[in-house]
Ligand binder design. Sequence first.
Ligand code: DGT
Ligand code: CA
Ligand code: CA
Length: 366
Amino acid sequence: MVQSRVVMLIDFDYFFAQCEELRNPVIKNKPVVVGVYSGRTEDSGAVSTSNYIARKYGVKSGIPLFLAKRSLEGTDAVFLPVDHKYYTQISDNIMQILSVYASSLEQVSVDEAYLDVTVQVSGSFENACLYAQKIKQDIKTQVGLSLTIGVGPNKLVAKIACDSQKPDGLTIVKPEEAANFFAILPVNRLLGVGKKTFARMEQMGIKTIGDLAKFDIQRLVSMFGKVLGLYFHNAANAIDNEPVVFTGEAESISKINTLKQDTRDLESILQKTSELIDIIHNEVMEKGYSFKTISIYVVTVDLLSKSRSVTLEQPVKAKEIIKRHVCLLFEKYLSESSLDIRRVGVRVSGFSKEQLQQKQLSSFFG
Ligand code: DGT
Ligand code: CA
Ligand code: CA
């Protein structure tokens, strides 16, 4: 029997608004609205997102700010402008933690990533449930954010599972449950079924994904063309063979570990990171990569995590270069922070595969 893949989609809850709650917890019990202020008048602009308290008043992504203000009149609502730089920092931090949990991580937006965890859970969806809970708990304690996880045999099922229960959700759809899980959902839950297609399908008698799954494939092809027709047929039948692939800068190789004891001692930290660097460097060499970016990752005793990185002008591949920069980054970090460190990590990214350059540089630095 072919073993099924185990794929997760992780989506951070009410992301921009939750980030704002994180740095200012007193607003947590109030409606929180994050908006893009266009600046024309005081209230012109649109809502980027809102917390779930504000959503009860009908305030959600995309609506005009003046409408949001009106809906929340008489409440102690908090309105804040978007701070992309801050949200990206938190996002990068979470992605870095998540990457350790998967064979591959594909970031699809600032608050969403697919993880292939087949190997990590030995192909078992029972294990996947515990594993997902562990991930949620880890992000909760390390970063302080809640997230929603969908698990399925492929990206398509994971995505729809994830969307089905938010916030702080965990929905697991086993391969044998996918057809039933999909069947009752409205067909516009599938990617690619927008307003127009939805209306057209409705005319054809297709309302649910189940209707679409049973619909004659030839007729679908004649209605929507070969590519789209086949896609709709497969998607409705929960078939999706797209692999989870690293994308662009999201690709990195990293390792994180807990120190023997909480410390600020550079020597003990470097001893631990040296072990991590050995593993990382070996993997980088196996893949034939050179890299440009070296990062350190720190979890302090208050369980907050921080990272620091340096990007070099030229791609390099020598282990000594990682060690040297990790040392410099930690020296700098320690001079800026006073808390003991609990966990440390190292990450390299910014990969390229130029063989010739690699050889020259490695012999130079070797
Ligand atoms: P969720 O996932 O339903 O708990 O809530 P969000 O806010 O995380 O929603 P999601 O995942 O669709 O979007 C992630 C972030 O992207 C969100 O926090 C803010 C931003 N965003 C989403 N929709 C819009 C929009 O219509 N306009 C703008 N400016 N930003 C948006
Ligand atoms: Ca989200
Ligand atoms: Ca999202």
